[in-house]
Design a protein around this ligand. Structure first.
Ligand SMILES: [Zn+2]
Length: 383
């Protein structure tokens, strides 16, 4: 039985701000190491599906995730070889928290703002999310967590809407994530308390809104943690100082990304993605251009996001959740997998069983009393 939304909310409400603030002092996510990883990934060249760079990236993951159980999951879509990489820690223990990032880079820098269409470096769109997952992968074994964690590095997130006349292969957005979801058993789906996607999180000028489809409770938790970390404008942090404008969940945008396939099977998801990369406009600026380069990414930005995820992990805020308070305007097919429904059905069943038990008990009691009275009356008659 997965943890219900009530468990997430009650767990979150049990956690005092003072505990969150104490925990912030212990966070160990290192933004400099993550930024170094962005450089190392970009040095491998484009990580387009099936490329040499893509292969190098997978060997790099294998090398950096010692102590984790890694599996490579191969798929074919048109002529593209797609390989998702899944790293598991604390296998089989408690709820599952999934942290996901795409490692592929786009085959063409085909934004209208591009000057040339050679494959982009993907410093932010690709490398930043992978770098954060790797740094979390380094520190998670030291956190003493009591539940399973999966780091999922998806291939083929970013190959949608390509112009095939330019000698590239266009496949749907988030194909790797879609394949990963299709490989899950229902038991695994039910056991995932939260799935957090990190994508384009390294921009020097971070600007996160709320993305949908999503699990609202996960965003509420994120906003609370961000506020106390000083990442919400005009809100006071743990030190009583006003925060900077990094998170603003009142700004809501629908985004197609790796979170959509897991959302569609009922997994509570949240996509942390900065869709204003080098521009105030949504999905403009450096996005899908030759300007998605290492100089646009900073250690400080990677550390802000990495520490927020680490904070939620340390406080059990991601594992206490299997919430489904999803947005009504999202493409959801949640009803069949809704853990809240499961919980309420089970409660109804328990109440029903209790009533039957009580009825049977009263029936036996009344029958016994009636029988005893008949015997007594007969004996009276005999006398
Ligand atoms: Zn992209």
């Amino acid at each position: 039985m997965p943890a219900g939304n009530s468990m997430l909310i009650s767990h979150e409400s049990e956690i005092q701000d003072s505990l969150i603030c104490e925990t912030i002092d212990f966070l160990s996510f290192n933004g400099s190491l993550a930024n170094q990883s962005v450089h190392e990934q970009v040095d491998m060249g484009p990580r387009t599906p099936g490329s040499n760079g893509s292969h190098s990236l997978r060997m790099y993951l294998l090398d950096h995730l010692r102590g984790w159980d890694l599996t490579f999951q191969n798929h074919q879509y048109k002529e593209l070889n797609i390989t998702n990489v899944e790293a598991v820690y604390n296998s089989g223990m408690g709820n599952i928290v999934v942290l996901m990032a795409h490692y592929d880079t786009r085959q063409l820098a085909d934004s209208v703002l591009s000057n040339n269409e050679s494959p982009p470096d993907g410093a932010n769109d690709g490398a930043s999310g992978v770098a954060a997952l790797l740094e979390l992968g380094r520190i998670i074994p030291e956190l003493g967590l009591n539940h399973e964690i999966r780091l999922v590095f998806t291939d083929a997130e970013d190959q949608g809407n390509l112009d095939e006349s330019k000698n590239v292969t266009s496949i749907p957005w988030a194909t790797g994530s879609q394949r990963w979801v299709e490989n899950l058993s229902q038991t695994e789906i039910d056991g995932i308390s939260s799935l957090i996607v990190l994508d384009m999180i390294g921009d020097k000028d971070l600007d996160f809104g709320k993305t949908i489809p999503a699990n609202n409770t996960l965003w509420d938790i994120t906003q609370r943690l961000a506020k106390l970390m000083g990442l919400v404008e005009s809100e006071t942090d743990c030190d009583g100082e006003l925060g900077e404008p990094v998170f603003d969940i009142s700004d809501v945008n629908y985004i197609t990304d790796d979170h959509v396939p897991p959302h569609n099977v009922g997994i509570p998801v949240m996509d942390i993605i900065d869709i204003r990369y080098g521009s105030e406009e949504v999905l403009s600026g450096h996005w899908h251009t030759e300007n998605d380069t290492i100089d646009k990414v900073s250690a400080e930005s990677l550390e802000k996001v990495g520490k927020l995820v680490e904070l939620g992990l340390r406080l059990g805020m991601w594992s206490g959740s299997n919430s489904t308070s999803n947005d009504s305007n999202s493409n959801s097919s949640l009803s069949s997998n809704d853990p809240i429904s499961d919980t309420s059905i089970e409660n109804e069943e328990n109440t029903y069983r209790l009533m039957i038990g009580l009825f049977v008990f009263l029936f036996i009691l009344i029958s016994s009393l009636a029988g005893a009275w008949v015997i007594f009356a007969e004996k009276q008659g005999e006398v």
